[in-house]
Design a protein around this ligand. Sequence first.
Ligand SMILES: Nc1ncnc2c1ncn2[C@@H]1O[C@H](COP(=O)(O)OP(=O)(O)OP(=O)(O)O)[C@@H](O)[C@H]1O
Length: 562
Amino acid sequence: APKTPSLRVPRRPTRRLRPASIRAAAAIGGEFGGLAQRRAIAGEFIERLRNVLPGGSWWRLEDGEEAGGGGGGRTEATGATAASALSRMWALVAADRWVVFVGFASLVGAALAEIAIPHLLAASIFSAQNGGAVFYRNAKLLVVLCLISGVFSGLRSCCFGVANMILVKRMREMLFDSILSQDIAFFDEETVGDLTSRLGSDCQQVSRVIGNDLNLISRNLLQKRAAKFAQEFTASANNVIAVLIGGISIMAGKLTAEQLTKFILYAEWLILSTWWIGDNWSSLMQSVGASEKVFRLMDLLPSRQLSLRLQKLEGRIQYADVSFSYPSRPTVPILDRLNLALHPNEVVAIVGLSGSGKSTVVNLLLRLYEPTNGQILVDDAPLSELDIRWFRERIGFVGQEPRLFRMDISSNIRYGCPREVSHEEVEWAAKQAYAHDFIMSLPDGYNTIVDDALLSGGQKQRVAIARALLRDPTILVLDEATSALDAESEHYVKNVITKFSTDPKARRTVIIIAHRLSTIQAADRIIVMENGNIVEDGKHGELIKQDGLYSRLARRQNDALD
Ligand SMILES: Nc1ncnc2c1ncn2[C@@H]1O[C@H](COP(=O)(O)OP(=O)(O)OP(=O)(O)O)[C@@H](O)[C@H]1O
């Protein structure tokens, strides 16, 4: 339903800061300052005047600065940005432009019908005095016009409502697409609240442009024009500016009561239309302001991606003098000239105290971030030049807290696999990950619906390992859960890792970030990290003999178990 000023609650007086120009003038002082101050006060007076005139905001309940969608408050657009924002919105709905055209056609139809109503209303009332055919003819016409206006108004609201939904849907899809393709560093800086606000309230506010503002502005503009046009036909009513003068004119016989009534009805209409236009104009500008934030995010491109694809990935990885700081904390070095070489099919465990940089080493390999200095080579090709999608399809990653979706276990294991897989293959992967037995003990086996809450941490990790193995990745990264695994799960994870190093069919390059040293004793090599550097490198037995950090960590964990 159209918004009318009378529906609004009067705005409580807001505390306003004195404009900077007044404060500056006061600070300058003296005669020159006095002149500047007078000018600034005049400027403020004009601003207040504009505020109470049509389109001003004195009756609004919300405070300008405090209101608006989350993450940035309300922004009003200027004319130039409004034109470009409107043309982009038009591009989004252009494929379904017929809805907008039908909406505008109905708008014109409804406005023309409505504008004739006051004229006929007055004519009907006054012809009722005399009774007879004229009255009945006017009354019938009035009913027909009301019907036409009702049907067209309904069609207009419906079409603009549909156009509105199309705009919001397309905008949200494009924005969501753009958010998904951003670099991980983008998410370090943007808060979830801001992003959901862009997708939610900002898109909704933008959509008001078509569904509400443009629609009502056009309707009222049209009615203003039509009212003026109709007014010219109400003879001498044009010469009257007030009811009082009208009354006097009636008494003097210059004007009929019918003419005065028509004039009053049209005059009221004109005033209301003017208010509505002003009101909707400022709302339109706010919607366009919200659209700027949305379009800015939509236009944000992820970092440049290259498209080198190797004939076959063997799984040789080399970190050459890699230094790194997270973009959100550029002054804090996390890795400092790190050198590390992993051979194809090697099972390497990375251990170290919390915060030593283990996950960061893996984040760089997954290309979630780019090294600040140095480079990572994969099969001797710079990682930064590889087609990232192609490379990630060949990497399996099992995080510390794997996510399961609310669907059956079989679908959870298949999730993300780029090819069709049979049930036998799913079962094979589950057996490799030591998940088959516990899955079979569930009420519906592989068809049991699960989600994050229905399985233990160890079981979820084994389902995630099965998911990764089903894709048969050349490189597998396993970030072992830090939270306590039950003894049985720990035993199975240990078995999985042992299988990678001993079973020729299961071999691939494996990187395990380990927190329980008991699980990685069978690894081909153990890398020990401290403060972003590698401080020890060797097999379990060798490192224990070295009596360094690894052996201290191992002793500490044994003591904890005793
Ligand atoms: N996204 C990030 N932005 C800024 N700093 C980060 C980010 N992620 C990690 N860090 C910082 O980088 C350092 C190394 O973190 P990292 O996660 O690599 O350590 P870790 O050895 O894997 O630790 P844990 O064993 O606890 O998982 C820590 O000081 C951490 O605070």
